[in-house]
Design a protein. Structure first.
Length: 272
């Protein structure tokens, strides 16, 4: 059994009611969720004010916690999370190349600065996750974006799958951002696969997979977190590519893969 809570991102489950979703998560042996608060999901940005409190009650009745949400980080959402006892809002930091990297970073920091009083008042943290592509994608990028903030207000949510796609080694990534972690990291796996023949200029596509086939070692990541004294929640984002469709698996199709990753992560972090 893991020494830390292990949760799952609820992105794969769209059509279930909150009780149905909570039952699935409990049956899978997880400790809670990162709740997707997006259009079309159980709780939407428009219903968050009351919906998050209802969701927290439903999950708590099954012994589960909502450790974070994935949603907007405006003042209304911060207040809704505070009222529901949800400590963290996970976001990402896209880079708008029409204005360039530096102005994009400045715009993100301006938005963070504007909500600092609300974060302090409601005791909520914004967690910025790195993401490959036109986002802040690495630990080095997260440090550039977040370095001036206290982690209790604005922290990093380290996702080594995206660091690996960016070419950042595990020990270096953890060392760079260790002082800006605040209780949540992601464990998922990805790799780049060539999708065209050798006679053409190479084209690669990102594939999402289980711990066994990713571009970095979950064991090394767990060891590095242990070495820095990390304490917090481990999130399984449950992203797995479907080779037949080329898209991500959704709904209960993720469960066989999720259970394998859960068992592996639990074994890696038992006895910390």
């Amino acid at each position: 059994m893991s020494a830390f809570p292990i949760i799952v991102f609820t992105k794969p489950w769209v059509s279930e009611t909150l009780p149905e979703l909570a039952d699935k998560i409990a049956a899978a042996g997880l400790d809670g969720v990162e709740l997707a608060v997006r259009p079309g999901y159980q709780v939407t940005p428009e219903t968050a004010a009351g919906g998050l409190q209802e969701a927290a009650r439903i999950f708590a009745a099954r012994g589960l916690k909502i450790a974070s949400i994935a949603g907007s980080a405006d003042e209304a959402m911060i207040a809704a999370c505070g009222d529901a006892g949800i400590p963290l809002i996970r976001v990402m930091a896209p880079i708008d190349m029409s204005i360039g990297y530096h102005r994009s970073i400045e715009n993100h920091q301006r938005r963070f600065d504007a909500v600092l009083p609300a974060l302090q008042r409601h005791k909520v943290t914004i967690g910025v996750q790195n993401h490959y592509g036109f986002f802040v994608g690495s630990s080095a990028g997260l440090l550039h974006l977040l370095g001036k903030y206290e982690p209790r207000h604005i922290c990093a949510v380290l996702d080594m799958a995206h660091c690996a796609l960016d070419g950042e080694p595990v020990p270096m990534a953890v060392d760079i951002i260790k002082d800006h972690l605040h209780g949540l990291v992601n464990f998922k796996s990805a790799y780049r696969a060539r999708v065209n023949g050798p006679e053409d200029e190479a084209i690669f596509k990102v594939k999402w997979t289980t711990h066994r086939h990713g571009a970095y070692s979950w064991g090394e990541f767990a060891d590095c977190l242990r070495a820095i004294g990390f304490h917090g929640t481990l999130c399984l984002p449950a992203e797995y590519s479907d080779p037949a469709s080329g898209t991500q698996r959704m709904g209960d199709a993720v469960l066989p893969y999720l259970k394998k990753d859960l068992a592996h992560l639990s074994a890696l972090t038992s006895g910390w």
